[in-house]
Ligand binder design. Sequence first.
Ligand code: GLN
Length: 307
Amino acid sequence: MAESSSGLASITQGCLDHWVIEAKARTYAGRLPDYIPLLAKANPQWVAIAIKQTSGLDWEAGDRQQPFALMSVIKPFLLLFLLEKLGFQAVFSRVGMEPSDQPFHSLAQLRQDRGFPRNPMINSGALVLASLLPGEDGATCAESLRQWLNLYAGSNLFLDQAMLASVRSLTNEANSALANFLAKTSHLAPIAQTLDTYNHICCLSGTVTDLAKLGLLLVGHSRISPVSSRTVNALMMTCGLYEASGRFAVQVGLPTKSGVSGALLSVVPGQGAIACYSPAIDQTGNSIAGLFLLEQLAQTLNLSVFA
Ligand code: GLN
């Protein structure tokens, strides 16, 4: 084990393999979401991790060949893309920067905020930002984002058509209600295309290796403006795990974003990125095994930015 060591560089393969086995044993405590039928078909015991350092060193363990839909982990990258393309003012005239203690699809939060989404990491904020993507329909908007990310990150993201069909197979009442309220308060139009774009970008998919590559865009990447990456990292830290964000900042202390598919991405400023995938999630919608792995890494390697 990497006792009393500091930084991502001190990780060992033995340590990582050991934690993945321990993480697998914890997956029983989670559940698979059923409001997207295909997510409920995942193997709850899958656990994968990929670590990429800015130095070029990589570590991987577990079921790392398994692709998965990014779901809400796309939100920081939607934000990053729009910050780079449209700028800070254009983005934050449409969405706030404050954390929410409500679930990610909360209509109560949006009502309280009179239709101005509180932050880009919850569904209302991502819906508004999705409506700003260039393209004439959901597919072309998602394609703009996918191509940009693959070009800049060197990832191999693809649109999972089966997952998209599954998302569309059941009406997502919560997201429809958010989009309707946004439209009623003049914060969004047109509703159907925005929901379709949002559904498409949530179905952009890849492996933990792809997700770790995306993470490196937020760690001093030469083609990304420091203001954009700093902004995204700050919002991941304060809002990325929804109502669990405060506790996670204390326990792990890394900018992190979760998705309901069990995807989890942490940025280690100045050092690299950690991507996890394990589909069994907790009540808040965060991967149980992923959170365990991040806690082990952060505590053993002293990764917290607040250290
Ligand atoms: N597509 C999902 C939804 O809107 C994404 C949510 C998530 O990953 N937390 O419900």
